[in-house]
Design a protein around this ligand. Structure first.
Ligand code: NDP
Length: 480
């Protein structure tokens, strides 16, 4: 068993209670590491370390902080295969995906914010010839970064990098289900000699560990990515303490295929957006609406191609679909398939868990699943399943598909497939989603504002938005 420890004040240490919990490899179902169950007293120690480090870190020039982030990025990149293997093992995602998406993006996150912080300006307002206003953007202080299991290092670094770049000290908590690459990041920071207390990584469950971060009075901002219900709990706990909050939450994203689309392109990306990472990406297009003129042709092609997608050992470099994150999550997905049947849905592909032979025989694998025949208002089409399950429905008119798309409580992302540019602009402007992709999916420019509308998000991440979130504005007004 590998032993994961908290990274506090520049050192790896156990939790004060000594309590630990296991973490397992989803592809095999076997426990392979243990992590501390951190409690409020551990968060206290981390906060003391962060407070001690704050003045020194905030007092560095942006260029010096930038150098530290670049060092981290380079060290990960130099050893990317080891990081990708660790991420694949911890999450069950295909090694190829960890290599092509998770690890390069984590590197890009550190590099992007290392550079971004060198190219920002604060404002000055010349109110009159004798009155000058200018704006200071100072670090907040000690900030909490809480991230989920689906893209562990990718999303943790997306928060840590802008927080550190802007001069904050960080208390970060990865999901208890996927702690490994966060632990490797702790080891890396020790190796490169990052000043102690600047970054602290504590492990453990949402309750008590995450909860203790949210409740700590000296952690004055929380950047969270995870489920909507958890976000709601965090918001209600943080609100009385007036903490600054950024919440990135769930999605139930529409994928709208108009009859004038590039058929092959729309098909290819519908499969990708439905089943990448076994459907466990918040941006996955899980509700597929296809215009009736091409519905039967699209359905046939989709069924044919998805039928070939076979979950397999994620460690095999050829694997395109890996394991579901946990037994509990697999059971949740199965319960939604049962619900879909109950609601009158017809399973046209998949619908069953499967056993992968060999070392993965006890792992958590699920067939890619397509369900047809459901009303847009039923629970299967309203609630986030977060698995390899898509629903397929025909539509006739633009207006109705916009209405169906917007009928959920979520508003994270949407994809539109059409060659008609006017329609693309029109539909995009009417969709209540924070990100709308036209004739593509998951193209990310890190300068753009990222986040959801409605119950998918509060605040925005990315580029300037993140740099603003992690700083507090102060207006200085001078009468000359
Ligand atoms: P959870 O909400 O269960 O957990 C997210 C993080 O919050 C984990 O670190 C978790 O710890 C922690 N947490 C749980 N309870 C609390 C609490 N009371 N106080 C503080 N922290 C807490 O989400 P999942 O990990 O299951 O991730 C899947 C969800 O994340 C999906 O809904 C998905 O849509 C969403 N997501 C959203 C994204 C976006 O950008 N909008 C991107 C990626 C995912 P632990 O896991 O240890 O319990």
């Amino acid at each position: 068993m590998e032993i994961i420890q908290n990274y506090i004040d520049g050192a790896l240490i156990t939790s004060k209670s000594g309590n630990v919990m296991p973490t397992e490899e989803p592809a095999t179902g076997s426990e392979y590491a243990s992590l501390p169950v951190s409690e409020p007293s551990d968060i206290d120690v981390a906060v003391i370390a962060a407070k001690k480090a704050f003045q020194g870190w905030a007092g560095l020039s942006s260029a010096d902080r930038s150098q530290w982030l670049l060092k981290i990025a380079q060290a990960i990149e130099d050893d990317r295969d080891r990081w990708a293997s660790a991420e694949s093992k911890d999450t069950g995602k295909p090694l190829a995906l960890a290599r092509s998406l998770d690890i390069p993006r984590a590197v890009a996150n550190f590099r992007f914010f290392a550079n971004a912080v060198l190219h920002t300006a604060s404002q000055a307002h010349h109110t009159s010839p004798t009155i000058l206003n200018y704006t200071n953007r100072n670090p907040i202080g000690i900030v909490g970064c809480i991230s989920p299991w689906n893209l562990p290092l990718y999303l943790l670094s997306w928060k840590i990098a802008p927080a550190l770049a802007t001069g904050n000290c960080v208390i970060a908590k990865p999901s208890e289900i996927t702690p490994m690459t966060a632990h490797m990041l702790s080891q890396l920071c020790i190796e490169i000699g990052l000043p102690p207390g600047v970054l602290n990584i504590v492990h453990g469950p949402g309750d008590p560990t995450g909860q203790a971060i949210v409740d700590h009075p000296d952690i004055t901002a929380i950047s969270f990515t995870g489920g909507t219900q958890t976000g709601r709990n965090i918001a209600s706990n943080a609100a009385p303490l007036f903490k600054k909050l950024s919440l990135e939450m769930g999605g139930k994203n529409p994928n709208i295929v108009f009859q004038d689309c590039d058929f092959e392109d729309a098909l290819k990306h519908t499969i990708r957006s439905g089943f990448a990472n076994q459907g466990q990406i918040c941006l996955c297009g899980s509700r597929v609406f296809v215009q009736q003129e091409i519905y039967q042709r699209f359905k046939k092609a989709l069924v044919d191609q998805v039928g070939w997608l076979k979950p397999a050992d994620p460690a095999d470099a050829e694997t395109k679909m890996g394991a579901i994150i946990s037994k509990e999550h697999l059971q949740k997905i199965e319960s939604y398939i049962a619900l879909a049947k109950h609601e009158g849905g017809k399973i046209i592909v998949g619908g069953e868990r499967i056993q992968v032979k060999g070392r993965c025989q006890h792992g958590y694998f699920m067939q890619p699943t397509i369900i047809e025949g459901l009303h847009h208002n039923c629970r299967t089409n309203q609630e986030e399943i977060f698995g390899p399950v898509i629903t397929l429905a025909p539509f006739k008119y633009e207006q109705e598909v916009i209405e169906w798309s917007n009928s959920v409580e979520y508003g994270l992302s949407a994809s539109i497939w059409t060659k008609n540019l006017s329609r693309a602009h029109r539909v995009a402007s009417l969709l209540k989603n924070g990100v709308v992709w036209v004739n593509c999916w998951l193209i990310r420019d890190l300068r753009t504002p990222f986040g959801g509308m409605k119950q998918s998000g509060v605040g925005r991440e990315g580029g300037e938005e993140a740099l603003r979130f992690f700083t507090k504005a102060q207006n200085v007004c001078i009468q000359l």
